[in-house]
Design a protein around this ligand. Sequence first.
Ligand SMILES: *[C@@H]1O[C@H](CO)[C@@H](O)[C@H](O)[C@H]1NC(C)=O
Ligand SMILES: *[C@@H]1O[C@H](CO)[C@@H](O)[C@H](O)[C@H]1NC(C)=O
Ligand SMILES: *[C@@H]1O[C@H](CO)[C@@H](O)[C@H](O)[C@H]1NC(C)=O
Ligand SMILES: *[C@@H]1O[C@H](CO)[C@@H](O)[C@H](O)[C@H]1NC(C)=O
Ligand SMILES: *[C@@H]1O[C@H](CO)[C@@H](O)[C@H](O)[C@H]1NC(C)=O
Ligand SMILES: *[C@@H]1O[C@H](CO)[C@@H](O)[C@H](O)[C@H]1NC(C)=O
Ligand SMILES: *[C@@H]1O[C@H](CO)[C@@H](O)[C@H](O)[C@H]1NC(C)=O
Ligand SMILES: *[C@@H]1O[C@H](CO)[C@@H](O)[C@H](O)[C@H]1NC(C)=O
Ligand SMILES: *[C@@H]1O[C@H](CO)[C@@H](O)[C@H](O)[C@H]1NC(C)=O
Ligand SMILES: *[C@@H]1O[C@H](CO)[C@@H](O)[C@H](O)[C@H]1NC(C)=O
Ligand SMILES: *[C@@H]1O[C@H](CO)[C@@H](O)[C@H](O)[C@H]1NC(C)=O
Ligand SMILES: *[C@@H]1O[C@H](CO)[C@@H](O)[C@H](O)[C@H]1NC(C)=O
Ligand SMILES: [Cu+2]
Length: 579
Amino acid sequence: MNLTYFHSFQSLKVLLFGFCVITLFPELVVSITRHYTFNIEYLNVTRLCHTRNILSVNGKFPGPRLVAREGDRVLVKVVNHISNNVTIHWHGIRQKTTGWSDGPAYVTQCPIQTNQTYTYNFTITGQRGTLFWHAHISWLRATLYGPIIILPKKNESYPFEKPYREIPILFGEWFNVDPEAVINQALQTGGGPNVSDAYTINGLPGPFYNCSSKDTFKLKVKPNKTYLLRIINAALNEELFFSIANHTLTVVEADARYIKPFNTDIIVITPGQTTNVILKTKPYFPNSTFLMIARPYVTGLGTFDNSTPAGILQYKQQHKSPTKNLPFLKPTLPFINDTNFVSNFTRKFKSLANSKFPINVPKKVDKKLFFTVGLGTSPCPENTTCQGPTNNTKFAASVNNYSFVLPSVSIMESYYNFGNSNNGVYKTDFPDNPLNPFNYTGTPPNNTMVNNDTKLVVLKFNTSVELILQDTSILGAESHPLHLHGYDFFVVGQGFGNYDSNKDPSNFNLFDPVERNTVGVPAGGWVAIRFFADNPGVWFMHCHLDIHTSWGLRMAWIVLDGPESNQKLQPPPSDLPKC
Ligand SMILES: *[C@@H]1O[C@H](CO)[C@@H](O)[C@H](O)[C@H]1NC(C)=O
Ligand SMILES: *[C@@H]1O[C@H](CO)[C@@H](O)[C@H](O)[C@H]1NC(C)=O
Ligand SMILES: *[C@@H]1O[C@H](CO)[C@@H](O)[C@H](O)[C@H]1NC(C)=O
Ligand SMILES: *[C@@H]1O[C@H](CO)[C@@H](O)[C@H](O)[C@H]1NC(C)=O
Ligand SMILES: *[C@@H]1O[C@H](CO)[C@@H](O)[C@H](O)[C@H]1NC(C)=O
Ligand SMILES: *[C@@H]1O[C@H](CO)[C@@H](O)[C@H](O)[C@H]1NC(C)=O
Ligand SMILES: *[C@@H]1O[C@H](CO)[C@@H](O)[C@H](O)[C@H]1NC(C)=O
Ligand SMILES: *[C@@H]1O[C@H](CO)[C@@H](O)[C@H](O)[C@H]1NC(C)=O
Ligand SMILES: *[C@@H]1O[C@H](CO)[C@@H](O)[C@H](O)[C@H]1NC(C)=O
Ligand SMILES: *[C@@H]1O[C@H](CO)[C@@H](O)[C@H](O)[C@H]1NC(C)=O
Ligand SMILES: *[C@@H]1O[C@H](CO)[C@@H](O)[C@H](O)[C@H]1NC(C)=O
Ligand SMILES: *[C@@H]1O[C@H](CO)[C@@H](O)[C@H](O)[C@H]1NC(C)=O
Ligand SMILES: [Cu+2]
């Protein structure tokens, strides 16, 4: 049975009809189709006393919530009313056989140009929790982002106490200038980009910035209740610590997968990661107001936004007693470079992995790959001066020393139309291992120049893959949040220094590893992930620090069709944008 549920500009009749049927025959409702319209339009927003004409969806900043249940089909009609090219990525959605709806520009689609429309069409299968949507072209995601809330199926409950309320918490970065000007200038000069002027919590920087105290996110709660915070790091370039004064959080979900719950006072979250935490409020009305604060976790050598975003956890008065001027309590956060804290924290994530939510970790590996990830340099064009890390160079970044060049047409369309034969758009010989091995976390090689190319890895359908992601110390060891499109992967191991293929696999967790779509490669270390290549199509993989993606820390995979009809990449939709 398929019902239709319109979220934007909906007909009230359809909406009521949908609710009635759901109420009367809940067992009949297998899935419904949810219709959204995303108008990409300009919006004037003022923060820190600077007004900017930002890009928005439906005039909202942050953007509107996309709400669906596991099993639902989602149709989002995106209409481009701005002068920039746009695409939207449904970050973390598996998109099984529907890569045309994944969104990265020039990988799975050409951009939606001014006055054009494209309808993204996908089902949500086997996932529940929090994800987010964001623009996936240049740095437009700076303001084009919003939550994806995936509720359990109608007849299913959470594997934890039912929350009284659910609240999205989105971290972002605010620039007083146009972020497109920032990245364009950085790419031209070869230097590091100008940093953001503020971090935001649900679009609001909070009281620790000039001209900002009115722009403070307030989480109003009642005593003795359970709140589910759906936390999303949509910041462009920084991992973040986050804590609420005098409150312990219980982490229950990561990247739309349930985990074994654990308690913590502080979380750390990379760009591209999402996590659900339970906040249990104090049993009685406390005589205090509690600050919630974030701070960047920084490992690289470049400059960064070192400002402090804050929101307020405010207990609502039960009785009208005087509560003005309650003392503010502030949480304590780790040092900005506390890699030990981050390492300890990330090791606490384990899949729930019970009989109701079993996991399928590849035990046997068909294909082993080893990718270095890190920074590098490229030459300055003749007769120009560059502001890169060394004289006459530009900053670059790479995977196995290849800095990925985006073509000017869609890779997946080229693949679909021309098959795997070389059509000149891409090559299929991305190296399984570094071509020039070195001591990755020791003294960097003298030559730090990267290769520029468009090379992909080709995988047969259902290959079981093990991928080691190894950070390098070129231009400074740095944590890189790697995001794989179209897949969740199991994080089976991690460590510092160079990965040792003789010693390290014996410590892999093949029992209850966390399953996610974005993992922080430890600064000066490595992470081991495994997955089954069960989703045919072309899938982008990249660092979710946008400056590193822009510098080329990105590559892509082709996963070939399987034999069954539901194991093949679907034909492209008729409204797929053209280049
Ligand atoms: C934004 O502000 C400018 C200058 O005040 C104005 O011209 C423009 O119409 C506004 N745009 C929108 C979308 O409100
Ligand atoms: C988009 O549509 C508007 C209104 O119809 C028109 O004025 C404008 O020229 C169009 N722009 C492009 C690039 O097609
Ligand atoms: C969405 O995709 C499904 C499955 O391919 C297809 O049956 C349906 O017609 C599509 N809907 C729209 C509006 O394109
Ligand atoms: C908050 O925590 C501090 C430090 O642990 C403690 O001294 C204080 O009593 C707590 N206040 C409340 C209202 O919980
Ligand atoms: C808090 O809630 C629990 C369960 O909802 C209830 O049993 C308990 O009495 C409440 N405590 C207070 C102080 O209201
Ligand atoms: C972290 O920063 C502190 C303070 O700036 C500094 O003293 C310390 O050496 C740094 N630690 C690491 C591991 O870089
Ligand atoms: C990390 O965990 C180790 C071992 O449990 C502990 O000794 C250390 O204090 C922890 N470090 C931080 C920063 O939490
Ligand atoms: C660079 O400058 C030299 C000397 O002025 C000139 O001969 C050469 O053509 C220039 N090269 C480019 C690419 O502009
Ligand atoms: C870079 O170039 C400048 C000016 O030519 C020179 O003074 C400086 O020593 C050079 N630095 C390095 C590291 O080569
Ligand atoms: C790699 O470099 C590290 C750090 O300098 C050093 O401790 C280690 O011995 C080196 N490993 C090899 C195999 O040379
Ligand atoms: C790098 O350069 C140094 C100094 O010029 C030299 O001693 C060293 O052998 C070089 N290392 C490599 C790996 O080429
Ligand atoms: C938009 O994308 C098209 C197709 O790739 C390209 O030809 C055009 O130059 C782009 N326009 C802008 C404003 O970037
Ligand atoms: Cu990175």
